[in-house]
Design a protein around this ligand. Structure first.
Ligand SMILES: [Zn+2]
Length: 353
């Protein structure tokens, strides 16, 4: 089931702006620095000088919900965590609002994803960082040789790190370490909560591996709207093809659509997947093309790529988001995974292939 309301929102917020941005954005969205270092691309101020207030809970402002969720898990009741980007919002094209800028300036600590995912928020992070406030990219500590550098984005890293739970748990450890430094008297708490959460991410990782490996070899290809599943693909050995590249800024061309039509028809793939934060029209064109070739392919479901499900639902948590993706992919491509996912918590209507 996929909600048009959500991509309509994304269309109004993001796509119009990105179409106008054109090529300048192409460079900004891939991630990575011209010197090839992972951290250098992300705006950094001087080393943070501020430490946690002792008389009140502190305020953490975050960007995408995947970051908001891990920061909440680690911070526990020590901090109020405010996420700026909600359900269905495309971070590649997101431009901070006046209210976002206010939230950032009133924050005690800021965490964002980094690797230029939030390509149009860089200036805002840099301004806040210059005040001595701690501003961190959660992907900051990942070694360069771990990061994907897709050929079409040479010199830029793929920012969609959360798609691999073992990689995201390294980011959880970075959050724990950063909060322990900021709020030293409570360092042990952050470490304990971070460790406990990483245990859950290990279970999630094991579940994804099992679910994806159950897909028959001939069907084990993931076709999606934009190229957000590179780390998922590498972690779980499922090749991935997409109508659009790493960022959602450039429109898929007729050639891109035709190549996908050929690919799907040749392999007789049963299902392809739309994304909650990306307009499905490219994939609808692909489905129409495949039908013309006399083969039938269906939308296997809606995946969460760059945004999570509704706040307050299981799919609105990082674990739920990845569980949802792995379960839907496995079931729609002929594999075996429980209808309600890893721990029986998936919303039923979402889990139907
Ligand atoms: Zn993306």
């Amino acid at each position: 089931m996929w909600a048009h309301r959500r991509w309509a929102k994304e269309l109004s917020l993001g796509h119009v702006a990105t179409i106008l941005l054109g090529l300048s954005q192409l460079v900004g969205c891939g991630g990575g620095g011209s010197d090839g270092s992972a951290g250098a691309t992300d705006p950094k101020g001087k080393p943070p000088t501020q430490t946690a207030p002792t008389d009140r809970r502190f305020r953490i402002v975050t960007t995408v919900a995947m970051v908001t969720d891990i920061v909440r898990e680690v911070a526990g009741d020590r901090a109020e965590v405010i996420g700026l980007l909600g359900e269905g919002v495309d971070p590649h094209s997101y431009k901070p609002t006046r209210e976002d800028v206010r939230q950032l300036s009133e924050a005690d600590v800021v965490f964002y994803s980094g690797l230029s995912l939030e390509g149009r928020m860089g200036d805002a992070f840099a301004r806040v960082g210059r005040t001595g406030k701690p501003v961190y990219a959660v992907t900051e500590d990942l070694p360069e040789d771990f990061l994907r550098e897709p050929p079409e984005f040479a010199g830029h890293f793929d920012p969609h790190v959360w798609m691999d739970p073992s990689a995201w748990s390294r980011c959880v450890r970075f959050v724990a370490k950063s909060l322990a430094e900021y709020d030293a008297p409570h360092a042990a708490e952050y470490q304990t909560r971070g460790d406990a959460y990483c245990v859950r991410l290990k279970e999630l990782d094991d579940y994804c591996r099992k679910a994806i490996s159950s897909i028959p070899e001939s069907q084990r290809t993931l076709v999606t709207a934009h190229d957000a599943f590179g780390y998922f693909s590498r972690a779980y050995e499922i090749p991935v093809r997409s109508a659009q590249g790493i960022s959602t800024d450039s429109e898929a061309g007729v050639d891109d659509v035709n190549r996908l039509v050929e690919f799907i028809s040749e392999r007789k793939l049963k299902s392809i997947f739309v994304e909650s934060s990306v307009n499905p029209r490219n994939l609808q064109a692909v489905i129409a093309g495949v039908k013309k070739q006399g083969h039938d392919v269906a939308i296997g479901g809606e995946l969460f790529s760059d945004a999570m499900g509704p706040a307050g639902t299981y799919e609105g948590t990082y674990v739920g988001m990845i569980d949802h993706n792995a379960t839907i992919i496995a079931r729609a491509l002929g594999g075996t995974a429980p209808e309600r996912g890893m721990s029986g918590k998936l919303t039923e209507s979402h889990a139907k292939p």
